[in-house]
Design a protein. Sequence first.
Length: 132
Amino acid sequence: TVNRFHIKELSKKEFLLLFSLSKEALNKNLSLYVEGSASIFEEMRHFYKTLAEENNITFLEINLEAPLSVLRQRLEERVKNGKALVVKNDEQFMRRYDLYIKHRDVNWPTYDSSTNTPEEIYLLVIKRLSKI
């Protein structure tokens, strides 16, 4: 079993619902694309890797990154525009950033969101999937 982290942003019940919906989506032959959460990074990785193995499907983890200065600027803009829902200051941001850096797997592909558009990243991921 995976060590449980304290979940502040979403309750344990909500994550169990997300995991349950993910299983149901696979039962209906749907693809899954899931954004990770720094708060439960290892839990999510373990759950989705296991789910992929149990269903004999491909698991692909990607890292979306940008220089720290760019990420801080994006946070500042979200806060200024009232769009920051959970992370609202540099301390909260750095806690999540440090967790991400600690737990990321550098063996998976990494795409820079400051130099690639979402469309370009999408095409890179599709290209990567076609090789698996």
